[in-house]
Design a protein. Structure first.
Ligand code: FAD
Length: 467
């Protein structure tokens, strides 16, 4: 029986980062993945393929919308659906091959198969060919991720009632699609399909899109997406969906109880994800679950068994790849006796619509609820020279800071390149920089980052020189 120091189950961004860090620190490391390709949800059916399709469809929509104004003329612009999806697949393959290389480089033993605990110290791995291997390990790190969730009355059949996974593997352009859920995955998928000419309707239960973020981001995004042609129905409770053969039908009602139904080629369920521990054999260990199905961990990300740790989507919290990666490094360095740190309040959230949406720290609603006083600095992209030059004038930066000490409390951006701009705000919040100090450093002109500078300036109580 082969023995390892550290065994990681699941090869998503949590798992592969944990395995690499473990090997870097000199531990004999195993990584178990049940699928043939490494990378988990993020690389295969999540972050990477969605961003590949978002980029392609953004270029296409931009050409249709803006090129004429730029003076770029063309006579025959059309989308080759097959090539669009082939390129997406190529991007995914390049990433998974990169992971294979990293595993070899770091001498990590990769087992392809489903890992099932036999007890707290050993695991059985059953390969796709039904071959059995049993290993022992000093430490285990569970990184088995999550699967799409659904709501009562809506059964995902993967044919007409689908999830993002099936939507990312479509063979032809759907004429119409109804998306249940206006969260991050919902609005990203809506953008992709709307840009290629599919009629898209979003049904959202809350009174705002991306409802977990600062409200103003959601209301602004709603207006922009409606302008782009997406139909958005807020405050709608979906209670049933059915496969009609060549179409699908969804039933929903508003707060007053008025019932409606809609038919489309597909219904895409994007109502969140649930932790995945099926087949893991936790019943053979002393690892406990929380009521919501997440693996229970303490503040050291250790389960109820001292040699078994758990990271990423399977422990809940923000279901984000970079959160899983941070936990991976934390847990391995913790096992190594180091003193790593993780600050859950400083994990940025990003939505890759166009314009992008990005956020870190407290929202205005949270501060009001907690009765925390704050200064507000808000600056629009429409006044920024670079945004005007690029015709990317939608959106704003909103900075919330402490009125007494000036410390940043939250930064919220909707606008071009928000996903990258937010990194600077994360530094500011993490190191408790004041809005005044953030404003007093030099920002290159003309850049989108100057919108941040102006918002920091206003949050520190000084007027902007640009409005
Ligand atoms: P996962 O990536 O889910 O990996 C878990 C792995 O464990 C899987 O490969 C699974 O096969 C394997 N496994 C499970 N059980 C076993 C077992 N018993 N034995 C062996 N292997 C097992 N996050 C972002 O930060 N940015 C984004 O832009 C983004 N976009 C997304 C878009 C979509 C459409 C989706 C669905 C998700 C997106 N996410 C994004 C979320 C991100 O994908 C997840 O947060 C991330 O993948 C979680 O990583 P993980 O390592 O916890 O688990």
């Amino acid at each position: 029986m082969e023995e390892f120091d550290i065994t990681v189950i699941g090869s998503g961004p949590g798992g592969y980062v944990a395995a690499i860090r473990s090997a870097q620190l000199g531990y004999k490391t195993a990584l178990i993945e049940k699928y043939s390709a490494l990378g988990g949800t993020c690389t295969n059916v999540g972050c990477i393929p969605t961003k590949a399709l978002l980029d392609t469809t953004h270029h296409y929509a931009d050409a249709l919308k803006h090129f004429e104004n730029h003076g770029i003329e063309f006579s025959d612009l059309h989308l080759n659906f097959e090539q669009v999806f082939k390129r997406k697949a190529d991007v995914v393959t390049k990433n998974t091959q990169g992971l294979d290389f990293l595993m070899r480089k770091n001498k990590i033993k990769v087992f392809q198969g489903t890992g099932t605990f036999l007890n707290n110290e050993s695991m059985r791995i059953i390969s796709a060919e039904q071959q059995e291997t049993i290993i022992r390990s000093g430490k285990f790190i569970i990184a088995t991720g999550s699967k799409p969730a659904t709501i009562p009355g809506v059964t995902i059949d993967k044919k007409r009632i689908i999830t993002s996974t099936e939507a990312l593997a479509m063979q032809e352009k759907p004429k119409s699609i109804i998306i249940i859920g206006g969260g991050v995955i919902g609005v990203e998928m809506a953008s992709i399909f709307n840009r290629i000419g599919t009629k898209v309707t979003i049904l959202e239960y809350a009174d705002n899109l991306i409802a977990a973020m600062d409200q103003e981001l959601g209301t602004t995004l709603t207006k922009i997406l409606i302008k782009e042609g997406i139909e958005i129905k807020l405050q709608q409770a979906v209670y049933k969906a059915e496969n009609l053969g060549d179409k699908a039908k969804v039933y929903f009602k508003n707060k007053q109880g008025t019932e409606q139904d809609l038919i489309a080629d597909y219904i895409l369920v994007a109502v969140g994800r649930k932790p995945y521990v099926n087949g893991l054999g936790l019943e053979n260990t002393n690892v406990e679950l929380n009521a919501n199905g997440t693996v229970r961990v303490n503040d050291q990300i250790q389960t109820t068994v001292s040699n078994i740790f758990a990271i990423g989507d399977v422990i809940g919290g923000a279901m984000l790849a970079h959160k899983a990666e941070e936990e991976a490094i934390f847990v391995v360095e913790r096992i190594d006796g180091q003193k790593p740190h993780i600050n859950y309040d400083r994990i940025p959230s990003v939505v890759y619509t166009w314009p992008e949406v990005a956020s870190v720290g407290a929202t205005e609603e949270e501060l009001k609820k907690r009765e925390v006083r704050y200064n507000l600095g808000k600056f629009p992209f429409a006044v920024n020279a670079r945004a005007r030059a690029g015709m990317e004038t939608d959106g704003f930066v909103k900075v919330l800071s402490d009125p007494k000490y000036g410390e940043l409390l939250g930064v919220h951006i909707i606008g071009a390149r928000a996903a990258d701009l937010i990194a600077q705000a994360v530094v500011g919040l993490e190191y408790e920089v004041t809005a005044k100090d953030m404003a007093s450093i030099c920002y290159a002109h003309p850049t989108y980052s100057e919108v941040l500078k102006e918002a920091y300036t206003m949050a520190s109580g000084r007027p902007s020189v640009n409005i």
